[in-house]
Design a protein around this ligand. Structure first.
Ligand SMILES: *Cc1c(COP(=O)(O)O)cnc(C)c1O
Length: 410
């Protein structure tokens, strides 16, 4: 079956905007342009009503009350507000916070900044599947601990953290529990009361909404107190000043509403596609390793390492397919992913990883096409690689020393 290229299979980075979301947003770029804080005319009232509806839609997806939703510019801001806002609430004592190694930088970096200022921060390790142990969380909590921040689902390997257990531990110990649920909201069912969550970050563009808008859930009862990180007109009950991004917020609301009604059917459908992709690739190639938890992971996530192949070269060879690799080429050197490192994945295997992020709009035909192309490209690279198995065998037979699998490690 013919498929249209390029194929998008990078849904952990961002998701395409659902057409229904776009439709809902459009009037708020046009005739309904009002400022939601304008109290003196219908333009303002219409915008305010739209924001109220969206607040209800977001709240209802996570089992919260509308007054507990603070709109932000995305999950990065929500994570920063949760961590810095709680720490600023406790200037009288040396706050201590607990997190784990595979968190997003939006959690790790604010904590690093606090640490530089003298706060105590414990970063717990994870097991080889990327899971933190609830017992380790219990052990890390001290009398000074104000906040535990553990993500619901990881953005590279899809691993789901045991947030229900961690939530009850935090409740029992009287410690606030923040979860970066950016990858989980709309994909797995999340209920803030059932999971004892006090603070939760989410982002519209990871659930088929627009970029640049997200929310922080802040529990009302018992009340979680935060110091605002953005001062100004006192929007969002003083917790986040700044004129509201009305079209974005409407889009976030619509995205949450759609996710709520489709989560039950979409999850199994995406999982089936993902499983099919995994079966086809592992059936067609040897020495393929799964990164992340074999069961407890997001339906749309597949993170694989292809021994003997450089992930960046593989990505380049698969130019018509949008994917990510496990090495961040943000710096001059190709650093293997800190997430894979935290799992204990060796650097050469980390360098050979690809992240597939399947979502709402992927098809069976795309899965078949991508699997075939990955198999062909891995075979081609293994053939031509100076570090391929064949060459290793040849060198061994000739009595020459074997070369290391990866060109990036000495
Ligand atoms: C994408 C992502 C973020 C950042 O969200 P933005 O809205 O892009 O700032 C934070 N945490 C996780 C787990 C993510 O996947």
């Amino acid at each position: 079956m013919a498929v249209k290229t390029p194929i998008y299979m990078d849904c952990h980075a961002t998701t395409p905007v659902d057409e229904r979301v776009l439709e809902a947003m459009l009037p708020y770029f046009g005739e309904k342009f009002g400022n939601a804080a304008s109290r003196t005319h219908t333009f303002g009232w219409a915008a305010e009503a739209a924001v109220d509806d969206a607040r209800q839609q977001v709240a209802s997806l996570i089992g919260a009350k509308p007054t507990e939703i603070i709109f932000t510019s995305g999950a990065t801001e929500a994570d920063n507000l949760a961590i810095k806002g709680v720490s600023a609430m406790h200037p009288d004592r040396r706050a201590h916070m607990v997190t784990q190694a595979t968190e997003h930088h939006a959690v790790l970096d604010p904590l690093k900044a606090l640490k530089r200022q003298g706060y105590g921060v414990t970063v717990l390790p994870v097991d080889r599947y990327g899971r933190v142990s609830p017992e380790a969380v219990t052990g890390a909590i001290t009398d000074e601990t104000t906040l535990v921040s553990i993500m619901a689902a990881n953005n590279e390997i899809g691993t789901l953290q045991p947030i229900a257990e961690i939530g009850s531990i935090c409740k029992e110990r009287g410690v606030l529990f923040h979860t970066d649920a950016t990858q989980a909201v709309g994909k797995i069912s999340i209920h803030v009361d059932a999971l004892n969550i006090d603070l939760l970050s989410l982002s519209a563009h990871k659930l088929y909404g627009p970029k640049g808008v997200g929310a922080l859930y802040v529990r009302n009862r018992p009340r979680v107190r935060l110091i605002a990180q953005m001062d100004g007109g006192g929007h969002e009950r003083g917790m986040r000043s700044g004129t509201l991004n009305v079209p974005g917020i409407v889009g976030l609301g619509a995205a949450c509403e759609i996710a709520g009604t489709e989560i039950a059917s979409e999850g199994p459908r995406v999982r089936k596609l993902r499983d099919r992709l995994e079966e086809k690739i592992t059936g067609g190639l040897n020495e393929v390793h799964l990164n992340g938890h074999p069961q407890a992971r997001l339906d749309g996530n597949l993170n694989l390492s292809f021994a003997g192949v450089d992930g960046e070269s593989l990505l380049m060879g698969l130019g018509e397919i949008a994917l990510s690799s496990g090495s961040a080429c943000t710096s001059a050197t190709l650093e293997p992913s800190y997430v894979l490192r935290a799992l204990g994945v060796k650097d050469d295997l980390a360098q050979s990883s690809l992240r597939f992020g399947l979502g709402r709009f992927n098809t069976r035909a795309e899965v078949a096409y991508v699997a075939d192309r990955v198999i062909a490209e891995v075979n081609r690279l293994r053939e031509i690689s100076p570090f391929s198995k064949r060459e290793t065998r040849v060198r061994r037979r000739a009595g020459k020393p074997e070369r290391h699998l990866s060109p990036f490690t000495p």
